[in-house]
Design a protein around this ligand. Structure first.
Ligand code: ASP
Length: 307
């Protein structure tokens, strides 16, 4: 039977190898992913919207310093935090995005407000933060985002030491199908360690790192953003479904495992279609991910071979 609702989430992709993660840390990741996906699932189960579910999941992960979004975000080359996020409603194709935020505790909440309470799709920097103030969305001092691990990663990058993938980047995201047949996608990130001041990645670019359309799918991406922008990853997956009639799995694999690989773009996506099918391909060693389909078990995975 076709599930009425389902959700998938990610916490970043990259060269995540079992040999590089301590068992306690791996357990913390798995627990955080399980809790987040179950939170989203519970919202869908009680008849909540896919938009509410993906926003709640992303806020939870933004608040967790394990992940590169909100608290725990990476530093740019000036030693500053600049946060990007986007949300999209597959029922109406409305979207809201924010970029280069320095003080917004939960960027995804502001992205939702841009979608619902402004005439615009993308607000950045000071203008976005002024809008946050107007809407009563929580602003915090920059020190809130500081974590020692991210600071050390920046120092290593500046000394041209090689960083582990986890130190370089990461992102959080969620896609969901609700009981009304509506799809939604949300993505939030600190971007990439040592990025240039003012650099914006794929996450807040609608069609690149985030996309949702009830007629095809909802997608949230993670990986080296410049490549995801150039390959227009999220929209390309939807377009392959719409115009070439590929299945969700085929379309997502075509873009992540072939098109992106050809360009040299490392990363992955989570994607869901209106039948509740989920695809989570990645061309890196690992991707923090989890999913839960109506009536099914909570699936949590990090490495390649986990099915
Ligand atoms: N895609 C993000 C960016 O380029 C980073 C990541 O997902 O790892 O900003």
């Amino acid at each position: 039977m076709k599930p009425r609702f389902a959700i998938a989430i990610h916490g970043g992709a990259g060269a995540i190898l079992k040999s590089q993660i301590a068992p306690e840390q791996e357990a913390r990741y798995r627990q955080a992913l399980a809790q987040a996906v179950e939170k989203g699932y519970a919202i869908l189960e009680r008849g909540g919207s896919s938009l509410d579910a993906v926003q709640a999941v992303v806020e939870t992960l933004e608040d967790d310093s394990l992940f590169n979004a909100g608290k725990g975000a990476v530093f740019n080359s000036d030693g500053k935090i600049e946060l990007d996020a986007a949300i999209m409603d597959g029922a109406t194709l409305r979207a809201g995005a924010v970029a280069a935020l320095r003080h917004v505790k939960n960027p995804i909440r502001l992205a939702r407000a841009v979608m619902e309470k402004s005439e615009h799709v993308l607000l950045i920097g000071d203008g976005a933060e002024r809008f946050a103030k107007e809407r009563g969305i929580e602003l915090v001092d920059e020190s809130y985002f500081f974590t020692e691990a991210r600071w050390q990663a920046l120092q290593k990058a500046k000394a041209r030491e090689s960083l582990t993938e986890k130190e370089k980047h990461g992102t959080v995201g969620a896609v969901a199908l609700d009981q009304f047949g509506n799809l939604a996608a949300a993505t939030s990130t600190g971007g990439m360690t040592n990025k240039k001041f003012g650099r914006i990645g794929d996450s807040p670019i609608i069609g690149a790192g985030t996309y949702a359309d009830n007629e095809t799918c909802a997608v949230s991406a993670t990986g080296h953003g410049e490549y995801f922008i150039r390959a227009v990853v999220a929209h390309d997956i939807a377009a392959l479904m719409r115009y070439k009639r590929l299945s969700l799995q085929e379309a997502a694999e075509e873009v992540v495992m072939r098109k992106l690989v050809k360009l040299g773009g490392v990363g992955g996506v989570i994607a869901i279609d209106r039948h509740g099918n989920i695809a989570m391909p990645f061309n890196s060693d690992g991707m923090y991910r989890a999913s839960k389909v109506e009536g099914g078990k909570t699936f949590v995975a990090i490495y390649k071979d986990e099915k």
